[in-house]
Ligand binder design. Structure first.
Ligand code: SF4
Ligand code: SF4
Length: 474
């Protein structure tokens, strides 16, 4: 039997089934124990994070007053670490060819219903220009796993194409990459291509379920998949993004696994995950979410977001357009720091007027608003939409980033960068109403830049942006 060891690089030791079962048992036994919960909350108020065991107790807690404290603390931590900024990005689907058999994804190899597509470099240009014309600066690349159609060379060439496109004032300044688990050598090549975060969802940490949910194809190898972040870090990628697909397994199990993964990365590499994503299973071509037994309701989803926020305050949290406007509004308060907007989840969807009806989408989008509507909506709720990509371009990645983040110095960069990139967006892409709302917001928020020198430089740069200059950053 494998023994739990966060420092081990063996999947079954750092994500240890027995340790998760013990954790869930411990949490279940203490879910009504106010004394134990208070102790955990006391530690959580230091805003330095919690262990998976401690966080599991908060997740299970069934005392209403304590739950109110948990939600209030998550909101406070969100404000302290991220202020009122929300970073925006869009997914870009390059290819839906895939040799895997994931039972929850319509791209699985046996689906003969779906149109298979792979973008040429020219089609990528068209997609990226459409994304730039919406105002996006940060993309997440997505492809299925297929060594023939989507080899690493194709991904690398596509990244080069994307970074090379300068259309009007547009530029994609950060390309995050969500591709299948691969070798250290390939991760090194992705690093050399200048990717931002390498994102790979674990889908489920429960090995037995994992093997059933991925019955064939290279992704069937649980250990290889689970150890991917280790190889990515060995390949020199500093920023990795974790996530599970909620609905596949019991959420309490996934929650503990996710935090153990973060603890492992921290223990071995000194840097936890840069981001955590919290997707829930959605309807798609031949996928019916109701066939999965472990769906979670909106209240549970909110609690998970709040508890992740408390457990890993320094890790960005992402929700996509899988979630409705209503749900996104709720979880933005509780800890989410990045959202996608104006997304198309089909291959080649952005260059079309409407999402193509060729069923090439990976999932049905729930929040179908345009990026302008999303920016407008965020600002009307007093959030600052941010198109900032400064950190990785300034070399603030991995432990350098985490050190600044953990002592909250990063706020001196995030806030002015958000204002400057928003100003660029308003000048180049916004509707009139959005521009008016945004200019007022910038005026107000400039006063909230704490450091006087930074505030003055920011004010000067904002003027220069009005005159046509671009790409300032702290
Ligand atoms: S989840 Fe990824 S690996 Fe699995 S079938 Fe879909 S695209 Fe392929
Ligand atoms: S300054 Fe860094 S951490 Fe802050 S929003 Fe920009 S890229 Fe993100």
């Amino acid at each position: 039997m494998a023994i739990y060891n966060p420092k081990s690089k063996t999947a079954e030791e750092f994500i240890n089934h027995e340790e998760i079962l013990d954790t869930l048992d411990y949490a279940e036994k203490n879910k009504s124990n106010a004394e134990v919960i208070d102790k955990v909350l006391e530690k959580a108020r230091l805003k330095k994070g919690l262990t998976h065991r401690e966080a599991a107790i908060l997740l299970d807690c069934d005392i209403p007053e304590k739950n109110a404290e948990i939600f209030a603390l998550a909101e406070q931590i969100k404000k302290d670490y991220y202020g009122n900024r929300i970073v925006l990005f869009a997914p870009l689907y390059l290819s839906n060819y895939c040799v895997n058999s994931c039972v929850y994804c319509p791209y699985h190899i046996k689906n003969k219903n779906i149109s298979r597509k792979k973008l040429t470099q020219e089609e990528i240009r068209r997609e990226v220009i459409a994304l730039q014309d919406m105002g996006h600066k940060r993309l997440a690349l997505e492809t299925g796993e297929d060594p023939v159609h989507n080899p690493i060379e194709y991904v690398l060439e596509s990244i080069e194409t994307i970074y090379g496109i300068k259309h009007r004032n547009g530029a994609i300044r950060r390309v995050n990459v969500n591709i299948a688990a691969t070798t250290v050598e390939n991760y090194r090549r992705l690093r050399d291509a200048g990717i931002g975060t390498y994102i790979l969802f674990q889908e489920t940490y429960h090995k037995e379920s994992y093997l059933k949910l991925h019955p064939a194809g290279p992704k069937h190898d649980y250990d290889y998949h689970t150890e991917a972040m280790d190889r990515a870090m060995e390949g020199g990628i500093d920023d990795v993004g974790c996530g599970v697909l909620f609905g596949l397994e019991l959420y309490r199990y996934e929650f503990a696994g996710l935090l153990m993964h973060a603890e492992h990365l921290e223990a071995v590499y000194g840097v936890g995950p840069h981001t955590i994503s919290v997707p829930r299973i959605r309807r798609a071509d031949d996928i019916d979410p109701s066939t999965f037994d472990n769906g979670i309701d909106d209240d549970t989803f909110a609690k998970i977001v709040a508890c992740i926020r408390i457990a890993v305050p320094y890790t960005g949290m992402i929700v996509s357009t899988r979630e409705s406007r209503k749900v996104r509004e709720r979880v933005l308060h509780l800890g989410v720091s990045q959202i996608s907007g104006g997304s198309r989840t089909s291959v080649g969807g952005y260059a079309e007027e409407e999402e193509p009806e060729d069923n090439s989408a990976q999932f049905d989008v729930s929040d179908t608003r345009t990026l302008d509507q999303i920016v407008n909506w965020l600002m009307k709720m007093d959030y600052i939409p941010s198109f900032c990509t400064a950190c990785y371009r300034e070399g603030r990645t991995g432990d350098r980033f985490m050190a600044l983040c953990k002592n909250m110095q990063i706020l001196n960069c995030c806030h002015p960068n958000a204002l400057m990139t928003l100003k660029e967006y308003l000048g180049d892409y916004a509707s009139e109403d959005t521009r008016n709302v945004g200019l007022k917001l910038i005026e107000k928020e400039l006063l909230n830049v704490p450091n006087e020198k930074v505030r003055n430089i920011c004010a000067e740069n904002l003027m220069k942006i009005s005159e046509g200059s671009r790409d300032f950053r702290f």
